[in-house]
Write a protein that binds this ligand. Structure first.
Ligand code: AMP
Length: 539
């Protein structure tokens, strides 16, 4: 039973409860470093180490409901801190380790975060913005022995002063839990707030879709900076006592194949970009790896091309199942799954208890079969986000009646399968990471050389979409400037925000009201007809 004595606390359920169920000595995760050193952590250790984190927050006088972030790579502390913060009933946010200083500043300042856990190598980025983060009380660095200042403390030292016992208070289902920032089409990224009861839906879908149960050996490759990394790289599997693999290293075809084989992974949750990179070898290359334990491959984040499904069937002799969800939905909403015929190219059908609908773009009624429209979900479900932090009106705008508008467009076929068409906004999906053109353009306008900037998505064979930026300069066009722009975006925002191409142009097409006409830029880029440009400024 997932909920005992009305205790919805995610941190408690994923560690203490698993020990109470008799899994104390069971391996919660095997950690493999990028240099292939290995360490095992049991549920008992997960429980004790996360208790220490809760006790650290207590001695630092942090309040329940305060926002605490991690800015860490995939290292064991990431998991202990995540669960410990939740046990304490503070809100946990996770920051993608490739973020640059501006992306970090936006999120930490917007959320008024009180504590940040990081490591020495990543602290360098924080040090550059620390003075501007006036509300941040403590920065705890996991791998230094001595405090740097009254604010920048050694986490290791604090660990020596705290007990590994902590009793989580009975946490109501409505208590805020996890915070992830996501990009919309306008404005800066917004904080998507979830509640402890989200665990109900995450647990349900981990079983119903991912087929997890206590016996599986599971590997989710998503970084904990994103919703998949927390919902299905922490909460789902540990809410059911599943042993996970966590690998610190980055993608490499041989290493990944070797891990799937030597770790005897039974269920693998990954992303199309990674699978497309994995498909790069000759068919014979894969024969050296014994994948007899691997039952299923699941994918999320971008459309799963039929070619991947065909390749995994032909070369790996496995099925790959597409799943669809978003930061806002907190858990898988639409999916293919074992036991249901896969229609390659379709995202599958809604999970039990979820009703998906296609709503007409013209009259907002339910759309006919096989006709594109807005992808909507009937509210609500336990992992539905509670709000956009400080943006309740944008939250309200996502709903009409009892429909939640996902921001995607899709169609539904006669068998109830959903087919992804695209976003209904300008948000760019590169390698499964959402980036708003607005974020990129705002960052670019801070460069003295840049007069106007526009960012668009272009199709990419590996990344699904790549970023292309158009720049109108102050007359200083040069190849060096293009390089500078690419580096600048990578450092300021994130490595994933690095444009594939920088195009210097005399003019950026805009509507008469000054809105950038991305449609026209996309057409120009691909050499197609730009269509109706009647609202366009002369250009
Ligand atoms: P995020 O909130 O960052 O997790 O991104 C969610 C968005 O990623 C969705 O609204 C879709 O646009 C896209 N996405 C996620 N999963 C899929 C999928 N299986 N197929 C197509 N697009 C997807």
């Amino acid at each position: 039973m997932l909920i005992k004595n009305n205790q919805y606390n995610i941190g408690h359920i994923c560690s203490t409860l698993q020990c109470e169920k008799g899994f104390s000595e069971k391996v919660a995760f095997k950690f493999i470093t990028s240099k292939f050193q290995e360490k095992f952590y049991t549920f008992k250790e997960l429980d004790s180490y996360s208790n220490q984190v809760a006790n650290i927050l207590q001695i630092l006088d942090i309040n329940k409901g305060d926002i605490v972030f991690t800015f860490l790579s995939k290292i064991p502390e990431q998991f202990f801190i995540f669960l410990g913060v939740l046990k304490y009933e503070a809100i946990i946010g996770t920051l993608f380790p490739n973020f640059g200083e501006e992306a970090l500043y936006d999120r930490l300042s917007d959320s008024k975060a009180k504590v940040l856990f990081t490591k020495k190598s990543l602290y360098k980025k924080i040090a550059k913005i620390e003075d501007r983060l006036t509300q941040l009380k403590y920065i705890l660095i996991v791998d230094i022995d001595e405090d740097i200042s009254g604010k920048v403390l050694s986490y290791k030292k604090l660990l020596n002063h705290v007990s590994d016992k902590f009793v989580s208070e009975i946490t109501s289902p409505e208590t805020p839990s996890v915070l992830h920032y996501t990009s919309g089409s306008t404005g800066k990224p917004k904080g998507v707030l979830h509640l402890h009861k989200a665990i109900l839906m995450i647990n349900q879908t981990a079983g119903e879709i991912l087929q997890l149960n206590g016996e599986e050996k599971y590997w989710c490759t998503a970084d904990q900076g994103w919703i998949t990394g927390t919902s299905y790289g922490i909460i789902g599997p540990w809410s059911m006592g599943v042993t996970q693999l966590h690998f610190e290293g980055t993608f490499n075809m041989e290493n990944y194949m070797r891990l799937l084989s030597s770790e005897k992974i039974t269920i693998w949750y990954t992303a199309p970009t990674l699978l497309r990179m994995l498909m790069n070898g000759e068919d014979d290359f894969y024969k050296q790896f014994d994948l007899s334990n691997l039952k299923y491959i699941f994918s999320v984040g971008e459309p799963l091309n039929p070619e991947i499904i065909n390749w995994s069937r032909r070369v790996l002799n496995k099925d790959t199942y597409d799943t669809w969800f978003q930061t806002e939905t907190g858990a898988i909403m639409i999916a293919n799954r074992p036991g249901m015929a896969i229609k390659p190219g379709s995202m599958g059908k809604p999970v039990t208890s979820i009703k998906g609908e296609i709503i007409s773009k013209s009259d907002l009624r339910e759309e006919k079969i096989n006709t594109p429209g807005y992808l909507c979900l009937k509210k609500d479900w336990p992992s539905m986000f509670k709000t956009y932090l400080k943006n309740p009106e944008i939250y309200e705008n996502k709903f009409k009646g009892d429909h939640y508008f996902t921001g995607d467009e899709a169609k539904m076929d006669e068998d109830g399968y959903f087919w992804f068409i695209g976003r209904s906004d300008d948000v760019i999906n590169t390698a499964g990471h959402l980036i708003s053109p607005f974020e990129i353009e705002s960052a670019l306008l801070e460069l003295p050389e840049v007069l106007e900037a526009a960012a668009i998505a272009v199709p990419d064979p590996i990344l699904f979409e790549a970023i292309v930026v158009f720049i109108k300069t102050r007359g200083n066009d040069s190849e060096e400037l293009k390089l500078k722009i690419r580096l600048y975006l990578s450092n300021k925002l994130s490595t994933v925000a690095t444009p594939k191409e920088v195009i210097l142009t005399e003019n950026i097409p805009k509507t008469k009201s000054g809105k950038i006409m991305r449609r026209v830029l996309k057409a120009i880029y691909s050499g197609q007809d730009a269509g109706d440009i009647s609202t366009m400024e002369e250009f």
